[in-house]
Design a protein around this ligand. Structure first.
Ligand code: 5GP
Length: 191
């Protein structure tokens, strides 16, 4: 997606060879016009798959996932990183290692929102090692729902995430694929 790549080039800050900061339009401040276009793009790509629910992980996945759900006219389910005290019904959890924080968290969902008959589209802001997506997939599969596809806003293609997910046979659509982050600030994209 050209507009996204241009924004990454203009506003992205290379924190290290591993980490990109896009706080100005995705992770802190949100460019809602861009999110609207992202939602349309994902909805166009995955539109033929009879998606019944969009699933994401709090919090940076919510904006692009919400716009995708709006376009597909289906609910959005946000997986929690910790069980809230208000969640009194049956729930499922799986341990995920956070790429940016380095710690582990308990990815949590109420059982009643993921059902066997669901056709799910998973959307996230970044793909790096694939741990977040694989955690979400474990919860979806535990409930015997079908994962129809994975939509990623920014894929760090130098990380192992894509190949781990491809090995499992999933359809992954990334809007920007980064080949390399260079310490002096250059961001190189895959062709
Ligand atoms: P993974 O689980 O694939 O290793 O990492 C994906 C998650 O880590 C994303 O949900 C995102 O929140 C975070 N993440 C990974 N790499 C980056 C990055 O370079 N910049 C930012 N802002 N978040 C990242």
């Amino acid at each position: 997606m050209e507009k996204l790549k241009e924004l990454i080039k203009k506003q992205g800050i290379v924190v290290s060879e591993q980490i990109l900061n896009v706080d100005s339009f995705l992770n802190h401040q949100v460019d809602v016009e861009l999110m609207k276009e992202i939602g349309e793009e994902f909805a166009n790509y995955f539109g033929g798959k009879n998606i019944t629910k969009v699933v994401t992980i709090e919090s940076s996945g919510i904006a692009p996932a919400a716009m995708t759900a709006l376009n597909l006219k289906v609910p959005l389910l946000t997986l929690k990183k910790k069980k809230p005290n208000t969640m009194n019904e049956e729930f499922i959890q799986t341990t995920v290692k956070s790429f940016t924080k380095g710690n582990e968290y308990q990815l949590t969902a109420s059982k009643k929102y993921i059902k066997e008959e669901d056709h799910i589209l998973f959307i996230d802001d970044f793909l790096a090692n694939g741990d977040s997506a694989l955690g979400a997939i474990r919860l979806i599969e535990e409930q015997k729902a079908k994962l129809e596809g994975i939509g990623i806003v920014i894929e760090k293609s130098f990380g192992p995430g894509r190949s781990k997910l491809e090995q499992k046979g999933y359809d992954i659509y990334s809007l920007a694929r980064i080949k390399k982050l260079e310490t002096f600030g250059t961001i190189l994209f895959c062709e």
